[in-house]
Design a protein around this ligand. Structure first.
Ligand SMILES: Nc1ncnc2c1ncn2[C@@H]1O[C@H](COP(=O)(O)OP(=O)(O)O)[C@@H](O)[C@H]1O
Ligand SMILES: CC(C)(COP(=O)(O)O)[C@@H](O)C(=O)NCCC(=O)O
Length: 408
């Protein structure tokens, strides 16, 4: 590496920081969740000057800033809580000056997702900032490429309860299929930095699981629905091959008796109404149906373009063992073991990270995030649901990841 790096130490609490230490807030405002990414400098070591390669102003010093990238999320329906959070921590002062603004008070925050348009006026009214919209697909790909190149333990496989990190070499990353499971699902063939095509999508995604699940189980929150699905048995609701074939396999076409022949197929019974089924069995069946369907469609798209690697992102996954297992099995089954499902530690923050990284394009005397920096998650959570922070009202995947950031 031809640049100098500094070690980042500690995990500063953004609560305690002045606005001067926060920079580059970026947002991804999706159909279900708002994701926030921002950088905070370490208190005692805000900017260090180091000898390095020639910088943009011709001198040969590079400023190195110590700190962390923070991740937060809110439900989109609670956008006012998100705005309050930003306001109380003065995160909005960590945008960049509008390059055409005649006055000093025009701060621009990078934002992506449908809500970047929809809520622009609200942000202007409540925080006095402008949302600088970045394309959602561009941001997803930029975020995924960055994580896959920069973070050591980012991508992993998950099968039969075993999580295994995968080392991705920079020169062997492309092409791959990126499947983002948000409210809906987008599938993108990625060929390089900024080189991609959205090859498919499906409206049966995370919003479908949460929406149908809420109606069918009367759960009050997504977390409750997930929790319920852990306890359920999908076989009570799904029609299995054995239910149709008198308990035997249909071996001629490779279907075991326990394979699902028809998701929710048992619910056709005239003898039972919704209330006769346990909500946990319904939640389990729904989660399996949607995960399996996405896994299958993903593989078929990988097949279309001869892609062996499929990375799954989006907050539908939420580090859930059953979800990842089902997707992995679907990919393995349909590809006859040729393709592999891989998951990302920062699954839900791809778009927000992409928006964060887009500051680089126009930052002149601002911070630059170098994509070759090694990032290390400050906490490596076990598979299963990740932390929920009831105090801030937001759901934290990770408090922060350590990073080296360069100012040129
Ligand atoms: N706390 C939550 N509230 C609502 N949905 C959640 C929550 N956590 C995870 N999800 C799941 O994540 C999906 C949204 O994923 P995300 O990647 O944020 O997409 P979007 O950008 O459309 O909001 C939801 O449809 C739901 O399936
Ligand atoms: C419209 C969207 C890109 C919005 O992204 P999201 O908020 O769901 O993350 C996504 O919901 C999607 O790709 N839906 C599937 C539409 C389709 O291809 O049929």
């Amino acid at each position: 590496m031809d640049r100098e790096e500094v070690e980042i130490e500690g995990n500063s609490e953004p609560n305690q920081q002045s606005s001067g230490q926060i920079s580059h807030l970026a947002l991804d405002i999706g159909g279900s969740l708002i994701k926030l990414v921002y950088f905070s400098r370490n208190n005692n070591n805000s900017v260090a000057s180091k000898a390095g390669n020639a910088s943009s102003n011709g001198n040969s010093r590079t400023l190195v800033v110590d700190g962390q990238i923070h991740f937060k999320r809110f439900e989109t329906s609670k956008i006012n809580d998100c705005i309050e959070f930003i306001h109380s921590r003065k995160l909005h002062l960590g945008g960049v000056q509008h390059h055409e603004a005649p006055t000093s008070d025009k701060i621009m925050i990078k934002a992506t997702g449908g809500g970047a348009c929809m809520f622009a006026d609200l942000f202007k009214e409540k925080l006095g900032v402008f949302l600088d919209k970045e394309d959602e697909m561009d941001c997803l790909v930029a975020g995924a490429n960055f994580l896959l190149k920069a973070v050591h333990h980012e991508a992993f496989t998950y099968m039969d309860g075993r999580k295994e990190f995968v080392q991705i070499h920079h020169d062997d990353l492309y092409p791959y299929l990126l499947v983002n499971i948000g409210s809906g699902v987008s599938m993108l063939k990625v060929d390089g930095d900024g080189k991609f095509e959205r090859v498919s999508g499906t409206s049966v995604g995370g919003g479908t699981f949460w929406g149908l699940g809420r109606l069918l189980t009367r759960c009050k929150s997504f977390d409750e629905l997930l929790e319920l699905s852990h306890q359920g048995n999908n076989r009570v609701v799904d029609m299995l091959v054995g239910d149709i074939y008198g308990g035997t396999d249909y071996s001629k076409i490779g279907l075991s008796a326990t394979a699902i022949a028809s998701s929710f197929g048992k619910a056709i019974s005239n003898d039972k109404e919704l209330e006769d089924y346990k909500p946990e069995d319904i939640a389990r069946s729904l989660l399996r149906m949607i995960s399996n369907n996405i896994g299958q469609i993903s593989y078929l798209n990988a097949l279309r373009f001869g892609l062996r690697r499929i990375f799954f992102g989006g907050f539908f996954i939420r580090g859930q063992a059953y979800t990842m297992d089902t997707i992995s099995v679907a990919v393995k089954y349909w590809s006859k073991g040729e393709a592999k499902a891989m998951f990302l530690e920062h699954e839900g923050f791809l778009g927000a990270l992409g928006a964060f990284l887009s500051y680089e394009k126009r930052s002149l005397d601002d911070l630059k995030v170098h994509q070759s920096v090694q990032l290390t998650p400050t906490c490596t959570s076990p598979v299963g649901d990740k932390k929920h922070n009831p105090q801030t009202g937001c759901l934290n995947e990770y408090e922060s990841i350590q990073c080296s950031i360069y100012a040129a």
